[in-house]
Design a protein around this ligand. Sequence first.
Ligand code: AMP
Ligand code: TRP
Length: 334
Amino acid sequence: MTKPRLYSGMQPSADSLQIGNYIGALMQWRDLQQAYDAYFSVVDLHALTQPNDPAELRQKTRRTAAQYIAAGIEPSRSTLYVQSHVRAHAELAWILSTITGFGEAGRMTQFKDKSQRYGSDATSVGLFTYPVLMAADILLYQTDIVPVGDDQKQHVELTRDLAERFNSRYGDTFRVPMPVIQQDTARIYDLQNPTAKMSKSAESDAGVLWLLDDPSVSAKKVMRAVTDSEGSVRYDREAKPGVSNLLVIYAALTGRQIPAIEDEYAGRGYGDFKKGLAEVVVGEFGPVRERALELLADPAELDRVLATNAARADEVADATLAAVYDKVGLLRRV
Ligand code: AMP
Ligand code: TRP
């Protein structure tokens, strides 16, 4: 029996992933790759819509791929590759852009937010068509499910609309994918500012737990996390955002339920609780970090793994693209 197909990806936008990426994306990907024929890409073409430094982009792309593997994505089981290695992405994006409405693309909230922040002169056409490239990523592989954060849901909805539009205009070509939106409980907040989502682009480093931080640094960040003056380890997202966030991290990394953790620390102070969490974080991240650094110490081997996986991706992507070219009436090159 063939497994249903899964597609997801992340931008190589930092040297290290943060614990939100790990809990909100990588841990789920790792589990899902058993039951699905999974494709995970490092979406470097998407990263070009941000201010770019070429040498850094190359490095971040390798580092992101290494962290996928270190976190448990198996490149022999899942197809883990770099988006730009598979030419079909940019080609299908062009075709899809011709069936995307200008207004439709303009309604994407991520585009509206970013373009407002950058101003119209600093807003590129690439930023505008970003969701169309994302649709191409997904549709090339005849994807069944797309696990993403809440903020990407609208882009997956657009992908579905484009697939249905193409299918009805040109005949059945694309599988229409389903978004799988990450649970709210998997959302991780900044340790220093626990009402803001933890992010690779956070202003202060102290609030972000980087996967590749030295273990002593991770422990320190946990010990210094913002809490409150009540002194009891209790989940209450409204009244106690800091402690609640730490409980969520604790539960996610140990697979335990929050009430069990509350019980364990009942009547003990935040110091004890944080010490416990620091141990959990260091225990989880330590081996991941070591494995990532090992992989990065041999970039030639890592590049070979990525090339093998890109070749596998090429096969599926090329077949879809060829069908699309035929359907829209592009003359076959003989
Ligand atoms: P980003 O590179 O920041 O766009 O994040 C890539 C993916 O990681 C997102 O689509 C989410 O699934 C996940 N993610 C990022 N930050 C967080 C967070 N603070 N909490 C939970 N998941 C996150
Ligand atoms: N836009 C996604 C994000 O910022 C990354 C992405 C690109 C993606 N292509 C994708 C996610 C395809 C899922 C499927 O998080």
